[in-house]
Ligand binder design. Structure first.
Ligand code: HEC
Length: 105
């Protein structure tokens, strides 16, 4: 039998791992070949977009989930965030492609 203290430790540990995974973008959807097909964007581009998003957009606030905004909203947001994120037009475009592929309908 596990002692109460041991069960407590396991629960706390599981929560910490969960929080860490979330912070590192674990909750962000990972694009699949189906997504690529649906939005007609190369899968490698979508995967790169996810990486760029995690790397460039999580420094000042948490990473907003793609499904939180519509494609139109993401277009406007990425344009507004490009300067603070110090990314070039191409990087902004690739990040937008990833976000819009998972956007709210
Ligand atoms: C230098 C800091 C900084 C970086 C880097 C940054 N943001 Fe932001 N972001 C902000 C601030 C400040 C706000 C809130 C005020 C505002 O809306 O301008 C915000 C707000 C947001 C919001 C909330 C919705 C909204 O309309 O305000 C989203 C979504 C967002 N950012 C996405 C991004 C994306 C995508 C990137 C990467 C391209 C990014 N952010 C990079 C500072 C940053």
């Amino acid at each position: 039998m596990y002692s109460k203290a041991k069960i407590c430790t396991i629960i706390v540990f599981t929560c910490l791992v969960g929080i860490l995974a979330y912070q590192c973008g674990g909750a962000l959807y990972a694009p699949t070949a189906l997504d690529a097909e649906r939005v007609q964007v190369n899968l490698d581009t979508l995967l790169l977009g996810r990486q760029l998003y995690i790397r460039n957009c999580g420094g000042c606030h948490h990473l907003y989930l793609p499904e939180k905004y519509t494609q139109t909203q993401w277009k406007e947001i990425v344009a507004r965030m490009q300067k603070p994120a110090k990314i070039n037009d191409n990087q902004a475009k690739i990040i937008y492609q990833y976000l819009s592929a998972g956007a709210k309908p």
